[in-house]
Design a protein around this ligand. Structure first.
Ligand code: SF4
Length: 315
């Protein structure tokens, strides 16, 4: 099931309502901002409600107040299948409400579960769509947004420690314009590469259920299908992303080796797409703090796998 939304308020409108009610919005104290649920964007200073209403001016928001919303798995399937472009897919993804547990979690973090250091920032509180080159040769596949990372900034891997690692590595490899990306609207840009989460809402404890994974897979499959004509290599960050990408490839009728390849850092798998093109998947340990703090994944290890990706598909 899916629906067109009714009229939705925006952060700017909320401020307007406050002004017309006589509130001094230009000098809001932090407690007052929290009271009214409106906080300034860390880059632009524009005030936003949390979760951020679609089409309210958030940098990079692909949706408008009229973007249809998926309300269950059938709705995701229908809206993903009928998305004829990445722009439409991104917009529809960003307002999805198909997984009740994840919708409740992402929005509760955005409203009253914020990390103390970000308490005065608005939280996106919506799904994080793919980001980057619309005709990528490289797809970087992650797990899911972090509750105080992409769930706050609205852009995958932006604003958390994992992101610090992958942006820096993509910058060293020549794909990312900036070595650090802390908020949307910071001028970050990917050339020849695109980052896509397999599950697009922040899950509690970073663990989506199999049902949530399978529901979101409709968005993922469609995105892979839309970028397939230019795709040459996939960097899968972690076992979840590796398995999810191979599963998507099978659903899309690509030739995938049997038995199913097993995840390991540096593992490489050659696939053939439904249209007969070769795509190579290279696996890396995830850039999670669990791996980077413990030294399981080092910068030279990440650079080495990215060098192999780059050899297949230079920026
Ligand atoms: S996880 Fe995916 S399918 Fe579920 S609500 Fe988020 S965007 Fe929609």
């Amino acid at each position: 099931m899916w629906k067109h939304p009714g009229k939705i308020g925006t952060g700017a409108r909320s401020l307007e309502a406050m002004r017309s009610a006589g509130h001094a919005t230009s000098a809001l104290s932090a407690p007052a901002r929290t009271l009214y649920g409106v906080d300034p964007h860390p880059g632009t200073g524009q005030p936003f409600a949390s979760p951020v209403p679609a089409g309210s001016g958030w940098p990079g928001d692909p949706a408008t107040p009229r973007t249809p919303r998926a309300l269950d798995a059938a709705g995701v399937q229908a809206l993903a299948a009928s998305a004829r472009s990445l722009a439409v897919l991104q917009a529809r993804t960003s307002v999805c409400r198909a997984c009740p547990r994840l919708v409740a979690w992402r929005e509760s973090v955005a409203v009253d579960g914020r990390r103390a250091s970000f308490a005065d920032q608005p939280y996106w509180g919506r799904p994080s769509p793919g980001f980057g080159d619309p005709r990528p040769a490289v797809l970087v596949v992650g797990l899911a947004p972090a509750a105080n990372g992409a769930n706050r900034t609205g852009r995958v891997f932006t604003g958390d420690r994992s992101g610090d690692w992958i942006w820096a590595a993509l910058h060293r490899a020549g794909y990312a314009r900036l070595a650090l990306s802390r908020h949307s609207g910071d001028g970050q840009r990917l050339t020849g590469a695109r980052i896509v989460p397999t599950v697009r809402c922040a899950p509690p404890a970073n663990k989506p259920t199999p049902t949530e994974r399978d529901t979101c897979a409709h968005w993922f499959d469609r995105e892979v299908q839309l970028v397939e004509p230019s795709l040459r290599a996939v960097l899968a960050l972690g076992g979840f992303a590796f398995d999810a990408f191979l599963a998507a490839a099978r659903r899309l009728a690509w030739a995938v080796p049997a038995p199913r390849p097993r995840f390991g850092h540096g593992v490489q798998v050659s696939l053939v797409t439904a249209s007969g093109r070769a795509v190579v998947v290279i696996a890396s340990y995830h850039v999670s703090q669990q791996n980077t703090f413990t030294g399981r994944l080092s910068e030279p290890m990440l650079d080495a796998v990215l060098a192999r990706v780059r050899a297949l598909a230079p920026p």
